[in-house]
Design a protein around this ligand. Structure first.
Ligand SMILES: Nc1ncnc2c1ncn2[C@@H]1O[C@H](COP(=O)(O)OP(=O)(O)OP(=O)(O)O)[C@@H](O)[C@H]1O
Ligand SMILES: [Mg+2]
Length: 421
């Protein structure tokens, strides 16, 4: 919003007209370098003789906060505008229950304040707001992210629900050992989710997505969570259910999580033994924790519907078959991801990470050994880490030989053809 206030009148206005006239002639007849030079001084001159003062009121302040002055002017002008302007915008203003009419973009409203003439113009500076949006996104990207863990509730009044450390996990999808097709699918899914604010609002669903990561220990479930958080630039809330006493506490913890966060419940099967059998147990048997499956599900379902905040809920388990079907049904856990033993493609990611090699003469042998062996990426990684200083001369060679030896020691699991990572 720009207010042009009349400073002086008479001669000054005439001088400005003359300067503008001369400027038009100069512009057409001088080369661009000279043109720039004249331009600089021309603006100084115009400012000096101009009979007006321009005052700009931005809608948002430097810190992207809303400028109260802007709203006040908007309301003030709505009373004036009706007699001057012919094109209006109608909207709500904070703390006002009724609809406010305001001047449309570029529409001018003339006003007089203590004998001084003021022209008000609403200017929609698209570029400026784009810059603000970009600035906001950059600030969000560069903020230091946090990893929270919940504290037990000892004194209800002074309960510090979450403690945090700065989140600085190096895992990314690049370093995650997994088939590239599968990785891409997950990345696309995450990206789609993070850009779907309007879609969730349209269908009236809470802006959240549930992931279930399952697989044997050491297959990269926790590593995947770190990669997801890094990919999305989210905070992580590591929710330890075993120290949550009841549903009330659980709710209180969940509603204090912030937007753009991953809420993680690791080893969901062990956390509370939330299985069908558990539900049928009597209250006395399950009083160590009163968090119930239905409580957990309700909060997860209702989570963020009030605030419209963006959250991803991740459960991990080593035993997917032990989980209550209600907990993992589609719609609740939207995506089920099997994390499994190391395949050759996953091994190549690890070889690149740990040894910085893309190929090696021993790769073919490793390929066929991995195809008939169940070894986790954690074990593969452990075997290709250089163990001693002597290995430094030919690190890749000796580390790959270590791995081959270890693979040969692991008995092939016949008939148990599990899906590989
Ligand atoms: N898919 C993988 N990609 C890269 N590194 C991995 C992968 N899987 C395991 N690792 C390595 O092994 C270590 C252990 O893996 P991680 O903690 O992610 O396994 P997990 O599946 O969460 O195991 P658990 O079920 O015991 O919690 C990691 O720190 C990482 O170095
Ligand atoms: Mg883990």
């Amino acid at each position: 919003m720009i207010a042009m206030v009349q400073k002086q009148s008479g001669d000054m206005g005439a001088s400005l007209a003359t300067i503008l006239f001369v400027w038009t002639i100069l512009k057409d007849h001088f080369p661009s370098i000279l043109n720039n030079y004249i331009k600089k001084h021309f603006h100084k001159l115009v400012r000096f003789v101009s009979p007006y003062i321009d005052i700009t009121f931005h809608e948002h302040g430097e810190t992207f906060s809303h400028n109260e002055a802007f709203s006040a002017i908007k309301s003030y002008l709505s009373t004036k505008a009706s007699s001057w302007a012919s094109s209006f915008k109608a909207d709500f203003i904070k703390q006002s229950k009724s609809l406010i009419l305001s001047v449309d973009d570029h529409e001018e409203v003339t006003d007089e304040f203590r004998g001084v003439k003021v022209w008000w113009v609403l200017e929609n500076k698209q570029k400026h707001s784009e810059t603000q949006e970009k600035g906001k996104a950059l600030a969000l990207k560069n903020r230091q992210r946090k990893m929270y863990s919940n504290n037990p509730c000892i004194d209800g009044n002074n309960w510090r629900r979450w403690s945090f450390v700065y989140f600085d996990h190096p895992a990314t999808f690049d370093t995650l050992a997994m088939e590239s097709k599968k990785k891409e699918e997950i990345m696309n899914d995450l990206k789609k989710f993070s850009e779907a604010k309007e879609y969730y609002a349209k269908i009236g669903k809470a802006w959240k997505r549930g992931y279930l990561l399952y697989g044997p220990p050491g297959t990269g479930k926790s590593t995947m969570i770190a990669a997801m958080a890094n990919f999305l630039n989210y905070d992580v809330y590591d929710l330890e259910l075993t120290i949550v006493k009841n549903n009330r506490e659980l709710r209180s913890l969940l509603i204090t999580t912030s937007s753009k966060s991953l809420i993680v419940i690791e080893d969901i099967d062990c956390s509370l033994n939330l299985t069908s059998q558990r539900q049928s147990k009597s209250d006395s048997e399950s009083k160590s924790s009163e968090v119930t499956l239905s409580g957990l599900l309700n909060f997860i379902d209702g989570l963020c519907s009030a605030s419209g905040a963006e959250r991803i809920v991740v459960f991990t388990t080593n035993h997917v078959d032990k989980l209550d079907p209600a907990l993992i049904r589609r719609g609740r856990m939207d995506k089920h991801i099997a994390m499994s033993y190391c395949c050759f493609e996953a091994f190549k990611v690890l070889a690149k990470n740990y040894l910085d090699i893309d190929s090696h003469e021993l790769f073919a042998e490793i390929d066929s050994l991995l195809a008939e062996t169940n070894m986790t990426p954690a074990d593969v990684a452990e075997n290709i880490i250089p163990k001693s200083r002597e290995e430094e001369d030919n690190i890749a060679d000796s580390c790959l030989k270590n791995l081959i030896k270890a693979l040969k020691e692991v008995k092939p699991v016949k008939g148990e053809e599990e899906e590989r990572v």
